[in-house]
Design a protein around this ligand. Structure first.
Ligand code: HEM
Length: 506
């Protein structure tokens, strides 16, 4: 009897404590409850995480401290203040690393550059930059591969869609396109996941794996690690999805590495005359042997595929959606192509790569899409030692600091009152030149020493695809098709981008 009465009294006291907290916090956008912290609000908003984080950051002057449940060490700081971001990513770079929590969440990525810290990261960056991305032969090869794929597959595929009068998921087509071009760069062969005919479109498990993996990794950010580790152990839920997708992708990667090596050995005597591919370049440096064995080669290659696949295709999907819903912007892009790339009696030709540099307005439009819909919407780092951010917020040792690239593209303090408008003009000067915005403000490619190594080639690829498609087709989003972001570490569209194409003659 005493226990029952005691229980009632405890419930009563707890009820009053909660009522008291509710009254004190009811105007707070994220109430901080005893014991459970801010978890309920975050759970409620996990489906619109990026927009909700933007709202919270705007209300709190750009920086916010998330309080997790008591004694769980899950509190973190989230910021969209460019001065803080500059501090974390550049000025105080030595004090921030990806940290063990990041590496645990992203364990599928292995020992590649995305996961690495300190000495390993420097080594990975050297490999990526000096060996591959900076080389002249790489850039030449890249532009040839993209041009060929656009001419032989992407445009014929869309022509076919047009002829058949069917609706197509443009995001899926672009994702297949970037998957094929990346594989051609990495392995030296095109898996042709994007055919040149609509009727030949097939479901391919390994090509579908990356979006699934990115989605599961997003969930891992928001559920306690013991829970997802338990799911992984007993092979259920999201973790089961990741395991299946991971196995499909790994099978493809290892088979492709073996194939690529066999092809190389056929032309080993005149190695420089062979077609450049990444596996060959890495093998020359000793990767794939001994300590830097097959698994390490797989990690490097996987990181490059992840870096360049969903980022470019999702960036392009948001770009096409924005252009198709802003007819004035579309008309200006078409006019620019007409003025700069077409002489009398001649069609727009993508063989003239140098013409792309003249398309300043198109450059502005692509960057505007990346500002509003950055393919990587948030980053997280971990403080090695405690310090104080320029905003005055204290960061303790081992505290996670997130910065929202998505929110930074939507802050009035950075972009002005019309920050939510898609307005390429803001990135083009009155004299018709590109306005350079510091990378800690235009953050889509990150900032500081860990900035994206593929920025130039991505912009080149995006402009090439955008100009090629827009000069040939008018894109119309299918009426009623919902366009919302997917819950993922890459900002893809949840339902794809269903469009109808009509031919355009310019
Ligand atoms: C629109 C396309 C792209 C966007 C928006 C983008 C954005 C980013 C961002 C935000 C990061 C920082 C990620 C982090 O630190 O966790 C990053 C890193 C990186 N990106 Fe990109 N990326 C794009 C395309 C590419 C491409 C095509 C490549 C290479 C082929 C590439 C290679 C890399 C590499 C190697 C890193 C790691 C840099 C480091 O940690 O030092 N990216 N990218």
């Amino acid at each position: 009897m005493c226990m029952i009465i005691g229980g009632f009294i405890a419930i009563f006291i707890l009820f009053f404590i909660y009522i008291h907290y509710w009254r004190c916090n009811r105007d707070e956008i994220v109430p901080n409850w005893p014991v459970i912290g801010m978890v309920p609000t975050f759970v409620r908003h996990v489906s619109d995480f990026n927009d909700f984080a933007t709202l919270v950051l705007k209300r709190h002057g750009g920086t916010f401290r998330f309080q997790g449940p008591w004694f769980t060490n899950t509190s973190f700081i989230i910021t969209a203040d460019p001065i803080n971001v500059d501090n974390i990513s550049s000025k105080n770079f030595g004090n921030y690393g990806k940290g063990s929590n990041f590496q645990e969440i992203f364990d599928f990525f292995g020992d590649g550059i995305i996961n690495s810290d300190s000495h390993d990261w420097k080594q990975d960056q050297r490999t990526m930059y000096h060996l591959i991305l900076k080389g002249k032969s790489f850039k030449k090869m890249l532009s040839q591969i993209i041009q060929k794929k656009v001419e032989n597959c992407l445009l014929p595929f869309l022509e076919d869609v047009c002829e058949e009068g069917v609706h197509v998921d443009l995001q899926d087509a672009l994702n297949r396109f970037t998957f094929d071009t990346n594989c051609t760069i990495v392995f030296g062969f095109d898996p042709n996941t994007l055919p040149n005919k609509f009727s030949e479109l097939r479901e391919i498990a390994y090509q579908k794996s990356l979006p699934v993996i990115e989605e599961v990794i997003f969930y891992r950010h928001f559920i306690p690690s013991f829970l997802w580790r338990l799911q992984k152990w007993i092979h259920v839920g999201q973790e089961k999805k990741l395991k299946i997708a991971g196995e499909n992708l790994d099978r493809f990667l290892y088979e492709s590495i073996t194939f690529s090596k066999q092809e190389q050995s056929k032309c080993s005597e005149k190695i420089d005359e062979c077609y450049f591919d990444l596996v060959k370049a890495l093998k020359k440096e000793g990767y794939g042997e001994g300590k830097m064995g097959e698994k390490y080669l797989r990690d490097i290659i996987l990181n490059l595929l992840i870096a360049g696949n969903g980022t470019i295709s999702s960036g392009l999907s948001w770009f096409f959606w924005l252009v198709s819903t802003h007819p004035i912007v579309e008309a200006k892009i078409i006019q620019e192509i007409k003025d700069n790339c077409i002489t009398q009696n001649e069609n727009w030709s993508i063989s003239r790569v140098e013409d792309l540099d003249k398309l300043v307005y198109l450059h502005g439009a692509v960057c505007e899409a990346l500002r509003l819909y950055p393919p990587i919407p948030f980053e997280h780092m971990c403080a090695i030692k405690s310090n104080i951010l320029p905003s005055g917020d204290r960061v303790s040792q081992n505290t996670k600091v997130m910065y929202s690239l998505y929110a930074m593209g939507r802050m009035e303090q950075i972009w002005g009152d019309d920050c939510m408008k898609f307005k390429p003009e803001r990135l083009v000067s009155e004299t018709g030149n590109i306005i350079r915005v510091p990378s800690y403000k235009f953050i889509a490619f990150n900032t500081g020493p860990r900035s994206c190594l593929g920025k130039d080639i991505s912009l080149f690829q995006m402009k090439m695809v955008a100009a090629s498609i827009l000069s040939k087709f008018h894109i119309q989003v299918v009426e009623g098709h919902p366009v919302t972001p997917k819950l993922s570490i890459v900002l893809r569209m949840k339902h794809g981008l269903k469009v109808k194409l009509t031919r355009r003659c310019i």
